[in-house]
Design a protein around this ligand. Sequence first.
Ligand code: PMV
Length: 313
Amino acid sequence: MGKGSGYGKVILFGEHFVVHGVPGIVSAIDSSNDAIVTKAKKGLNVKDERKAAKGYSQEKRLQQIESIERMLKAMNLDPKTALDIWVGGSLPGFSGLGASAASSVAIARAVSEEFNLNLSNEQINAVAYEGEKAYAGNPSGIDNTAATYGGFMWFKKNPAGGQDLVERLKVYRPIEIVIGSTGKVANTKAMVEGVAERKRKDPKKYDPLFKQAENIAVAGRKALEAGDLKKVGDLMNENHRILQEIGVSSKELDQLVEIARKQGAFGAKLTGGGGGGCMIALTGGKEVSGKIVGAFKGAGFEYLMTKIGVATH
Ligand code: PMV
């Protein structure tokens, strides 16, 4: 029997833009997915016991099987190896929190243990990236990197396919956030493809937005490293606006963002692939977090109150 786990994450700046080589900022959250893998007699039997948005496991089921087969291949194992796999843990299957990458890292670690492969973190990360392709089509790699290493990171994909730039960021203290879930499962792959297609068709509109996204990430890094949460919040608001412009927000995401700002968040934005899934609000403390959570509950949304800048491997 092999065991493993992988962190969930929130993207503070740059989702979607990172796929195209713009830098982004990601933090692991203090919730993870765990996996237990055991060699079996027949078939690939996956028992997914994560708390999930309605329809999450069914919607992702085929992608999950493809993802596991891709990872087995990347570990030089037969993709049809018979396995019993259990997936669980505290990270809920809400879209946008990197649950696919967290479970891929958890499964890769558990397979590595079960087959005595002794894979390093770097190798686990590379294997999980192969797994992510099943969920995201052309992933940036930001999710699996956060899921593998944890912590707070500056991430810039190398579009040529070489080594990505990953730098650890220092934050002075853990930062309180609230995550709001729309309850809608989103198809990351379709969202990523949609942005790429619109960008290709309308560079006049999209090129300046991509430049703005880069400026926001650079300014966001400075503000985070200086501990200026008010500034970080303002930049998150700006980031949400350009995510709306590239067509990845939704009615519910905008509603959650509005509620959070009204209750006193420093800033709020969608996080992850969008089109449903989750948003984050930077609250700076328990009092504002509590108010936001109360308002989310009142409006019928699920949420997660957590901190960023803590979990690390
Ligand atoms: O929705 P999630 O948690 O899978 O996050 C996707 C993040 C994107 O930037 C949209 C895609 C990527 O691979 O970076």
